[in-house]
Design a binder for this molecule. Structure first.
Ligand code: DGT
Ligand code: CA
Ligand code: CA
Length: 579
């Protein structure tokens, strides 16, 4: 898909324009980039409807549509090539370091000739950055910390970055006549938050044909290897993909083996050995006789276990739980939440705070996803760059939502819109909207959007104080981490959980691909403490509502059940969870 390549180019252009101090235009490119990331295949849209269809897309104006067309036709954009000549800096590479925006990057290039991360690290290590005007010792230290953090997560990709491409390839393989069965395996099937490489498994009687097809798919930039059972390629999105072809009778055991995790497999193999059996990717064997292998269920059954959902396969207690279940003991495996269980999304932004779509459009999209409700929760006034709403505009928005609702009343639909907002937790734990106004909303979200570096005790107190506010129902992205970009805030999570339970505050599982916050181990602790959670997308565009899949996956990896997640409930029961 060309979407990600175009998005990267547009982010680069936005950064460049922002650096040059150009007004408004950077924002248009940023919006287009964000939109493309969440969009279905842009090339398909173009092939079907031409330039016109591109212009009709909500975040795309004439000039950007022309650039997309140019890229789809020529593989490059002149305007972007010119910028790169004038300013040969790896923007996104450097901007990945937390705290470095376009203005700082410009100074670093002009004063020290810094073009990439390597240059940056050298300069920081030899203390050339601290003396620059506007930088200082602290910034220099933060830069080094930021680079160290990037190195730790290097080579791994966000699940959300990879998934659209994987799903597209799975669909193409499925359509191939020679393919009898196909599935993702590895960390993609376990829905890990980051992925090293993507693994795919296929059943076919004609492996040669399948391999030819796979290595000549559009988007393959390098072939690492190609045989009759395995092929390995590098994709233009940057990640590697392995394809394995297995015979039908071994599909289940191969899927079990290649889904992993390695740690899970080590234990399942040991259990097999204890039963006098052998378990490998070809099957389960009793001596030389194959006793299982066709399906995963058969494989687990042959070694005395119930089937275990891939998201749980990390050797974090799931095998013990499965063994107990097999013995009729409790607790067995959790009945983890299903991908179909969510009834609405409570963290969605509208064009009132600079989001891409109107309240009506967001609601329509939520309805099309089969939801019963959507909660509109725009940013509030402290976040000026996000056009945060003040008290007056919040009340105006309330009227607008009531108007939309009364108009759709006679449509006999059960669907409804809830009115919330996403307030900012300030340094002292208060929020930026008056209580008299918060009281008038259906529910209130609060989150930290500034002052991330605070010592542990203070940060914990800050969040607890927000939870004690009787108007605040949900804490958004509670730890503030950005995967591969920013570590979580220093917090005492045990204390936060106790306070959440005492104040009946709900913790969010934010589905945004770089957030996934709470992370899986925290979700499990929250569930064990009896703290309720909500899975939200934080959508700034209607196409981002589909991110919910990643949040649900995260909840499953955290062993969460339907009852732990409030937005699995129908409206009347949902409302009871709000203070
Ligand atoms: P990744 O790619 O780093 O995100 O993680 P995975 O889990 O996809 O790991 P990968 O791609 O190296 O291998 C895919 C699966 O194959 C892995 O989850 C389990 C299985 N596997 C690979 N190597 C071994 C091994 O040496 N022993 C065992 N038991 N299983 C392995
Ligand atoms: Ca893998
Ligand atoms: Ca692999």
């Amino acid at each position: 898909m060309k979407n990600q390549e175009l998005a990267k180019i547009f982010y680069d252009i936005a950064n460049y324009l922002e650096m040059e101090g150009v007004a408004f235009k950077p924002y248009a490119f940023q919006k287009a980039a964000l939109f493309l990331e969440g969009l279905e295949d842009v090339e398909k849209i173009y092939k079907k409807g031409g330039l016109r269809a591109l212009e009709d897309l909500p975040a795309i104006g004439k000039s950007i549509a022309l650039k997309i067309e140019e890229y789809l036709k020529n593989g490059k954009i002149k305007y972007y090539e010119q910028i790169k000549k004038q300013f040969p800096v790896d923007f996104s590479g450097i901007a990945a370091v937390e705290g470095l925006g376009p203005k700082k990057i410009k100074i670093l290039y002009q004063k020290l000739g810094i073009k990439n991360l390597n240059d940056l690290e050298k300069a920081a290590k030899s203390h050339k950055i601290a003396p620059l005007f506007g930088f200082g010792e602290k910034t220099e230290k933060n830069i080094l910390e930021g680079i160290a953090f990037l190195k730790r997560s290097k080579g791994r990709f966000l699940l959300g970055e990879i998934m659209p491409a994987v799903q597209e390839i799975l669909a193409k393989l499925k359509d191939l006549r020679e393919v009898e069965q196909v599935s993702a395996a590895g960390s993609v099937r376990r829905m890990k938050e980051t992925i090293g490489d993507a693994d795919i498994l296929v059943v076919s009687k004609n492996p040669a044909k399948v391999m030819d097809f796979f290595v000549s798919l559009p988007g393959v930039v390098k072939i690492w290897g190609k045989g009759l059972t395995k092929a390995s390629v590098k994709r233009k999105e940057g990640f590697d993909m392995d394809l394995r072809v297995v015979p039908r009778k071994s599909y289940g055991s191969a899927l079990q083996y290649f889904t992993g995790s390695k740690e899970h497999n080590i234990v399942t193999r040991k259990i097999a050995i204890e039963k006098g059996l052998k378990l490998n990717e070809y099957g389960v064997f009793n001596g030389s006789r194959m006793i299982a292998g066709r399906t995963e269920e058969d494989v687990y059954k042959a070694i005395g276990l119930p089937w275990i959902p891939p998201e749980l396969r990390e050797n974090e207690g799931e095998i013990e739980a499965a063994l107990r279940q097999a013995q009729g003991e409790v607790p067995g495996l959790p009945e983890i939440i299903d991908y179909k269980d969510i009834k609405g999304d409570l963290h969605c932004h509208s064009d009132w705070d600079g989001g891409e779509n109107s309240i009506k459009e967001m609601a329509e999209a939520a309805k099309n996803m089969g939801y019963e409700y959507i909660g509109i929760s725009d940013h509030t006034k402290f976040l000026r760059i996000e056009h945060g709403l003040d008290e007056k505009r919040l009340l105006l928005q309330k009227k607008e939502i009531e108007k939309i609702k009364s108009k759709s009343k006679n449509q006999k639909s059960k669907f409804t819109i809830l009115h919330g907002c996403e307030t900012n937790i300030l340094a002292d734990g208060s929020v930026d909207i008056k209580d008299e106004v918060l009281e008038k909303l259906d529910y209130v979200i609060a989150g930290i959007h500034s002052g991330f570096k605070m010592e542990r005790a203070k940060m914990t107190e800050r969040i607890i104080r927000a939870m004690e506010n009787p108007n605040i129902d949900i804490i958004a992205h509670p730890t503030g981490r950005l995967i591969k970009k920013r570590d979580e805030c220093l917090i005492d999570f045990g204390k936060i959980l106790r306070a959440a339970r005492e104040t009946n505050t709900i913790l969010e599982i934010n589905s945004y691909p770089e957030r996934l916050d709470l992370k899986d181990s925290y979700i499990r602790r929250a569930k064990e403490t009896g703290v309720k959670m909500v899975i939200n997308t934080d959508s700034h565009h209607k196409d981002q509502l589909r991110f919910i899949e990643y949040g649900i996956a995260q909840a499953r990896r955290g062993w969460a059940e339907k009852k732990d997640i409030i937005n699995t409930q129908p409206l009347d029961r949902l409302l009871k969870y709000f203070k």
